[in-house]
Ligand binder design. Structure first.
Ligand SMILES: [Mg+2]
Length: 260
C-alpha cells in the first residue's frame, strides 16, 4: 500500500463524482466519513462547483447524511470572491449561477454588465448573447477568470457539461487567456492552506479527476487518492509522470475503512 491510511490526519474530499452524484452519496462514503470522524480525523471538502454557495452545499451534504458546516468547504467561488476582494475588484460580469453570485456578494462584489472583470462558471442559462456580451467586454480589455476546468458534472446517472465547454467557447470567440481560480490553481491552494490547519504530508486528498483534483493535491504536497466514480478512469493513468499520478487508486472505499 502506498498510503498508510492510519497515519493520515486530514482527509480532503472533492465533492462531485467523488462524495456524491449530486442527489445521492457514492457507495460506502457515509460509512467512511463517519469512521473517519470516530477516529478523530479531520474531514474537509473542496469543490469547483459554484451552483450552490458553501452554506447551501453544507446543507446538501448534511441532508445526504454527512454533517457538514460551511467552514468545512473550500469552493472555487469562495476563492474567487476572496481573490477579487484582495485586488480591490468590486464589480464583475458573471456567466454563472446564483451560488456564485451570492458568494461574490458576501464579499461586497456586485454583478455588472459593465465590468472590467468577467468570471466564467457552470451556467445552465449560458447562451449566444452572453457569449457576445463577454466578447464585447473582452474587446474593451476585460480580464477573464474561470472557477474550474471540469468537463463533466454528474447528476444521478446523467452527465452534464461543467465549466470547460463554456470556457472553450469563450476562448474560441475572444482568443483571450482565462485565469483559473479553481483547482489546481495557486489561488485555491493559498486559500486552502490559509483556512485549514494541516500538515501536508499527513493529508490525503481524494478526487475523481486527475487533471484537476489529483494535480491540485499533488501541488499542495498532499498524498492523493483517485476514485473511479467520476471523470477519470484507470486508462487515464497510462503515460502520466510521477508528479501527475495519484499516490493511490481507490477502487473500493472499504479498503480505507479497513486500514484506518
Ligand atoms: Mg469531481
Amino acid at each position: 500500500m502506498l498510503v498508510n491510511f492510519g497515519t493520515i490526519r486530514t482527509f480532503i474530499f472533492d465533492i462531485n463524482g467523488t462524495v456524491m452524484q449530486w442527489n445521492s452519496l457514492n457507495p460506502y462514503m457515509d460509512k467512511l466519513i463517519s469512521t473517519l470522524k470516530k477516529r478523530n480525523k479531520k474531514v474537509y471538502y473542496v469543490t469547483d462547483n459554484c451552483v450552490l454557495t458553501r452554506a447551501q452545499m453544507a446543507e446538501k451534504l448534511t441532508k445526504l447524511g454527512l454533517k457538514t458546516q460551511e467552514k468545512d468547504i473550500i469552493s472555487s467561488g469562495y476563492v474567487a470572491a476572496d481573490y477579487f476582494e484582495s485586488k480591490g475588484i468590486d464589480k464583475v460580469y458573471v456567466a454563472g449561477e446564483r451560488g456564485l453570485v451570492s458568494e461574490l456578494g458576501e464579499k461586497g462584489i456586485r454583478v455588472s454588465e459593465d465590468a472590467d472583470h468577467v468570471i466564467l462558471s457552470i451556467d445552465r442559462n449560458f447562451n449566444y448573447m452572453k457569449l457576445k456580451k463577454i466578447g464585447d467586454l473582452a474587446e474593451k480589455g476585460a480580464k477573464l477568470y474561470m472557477t474550474g476546468m471540469n468537463r463533466n458534472w454528474y447528476i444521478d446517472d446523467e452527465v452534464y457539461p461543467a465549466e470547460m465547454p463554456i470556457i472553450d467557447s469563450v476562448k474560441k470567440f475572444t482568443g483571450k487567456d482565462i485565469m483559473l481560480l479553481g483547482m489546481p490553481s495557486s489561488e485555491m491552494k493559498a486559500k486552502l492552506l490559509e483556512d485549514i490547519f494541516l500538515f501536508p504530508e499527513d493529508t490525503l486528498l481524494i478526487g475523481d479527476s486527475i487533471s484537476t483534483n489529483i494535480k491540485f493535491g499533488n501541488s499542495c504536497g498532499f498524498r492523493t487518492g483517485l476514485v473511479l466514480t467520476g471523470e477519470s478512469s484507470e486508462n487515464d493513468l497510462a503515460g502520466l509522470s510521477a508528479e501527475e499520478k495519484p499516490t493511490v487508486v481507490i477502487r473500493d472505499l472499504r479498503n480505507i475503512i479497513k486500514n484506518l
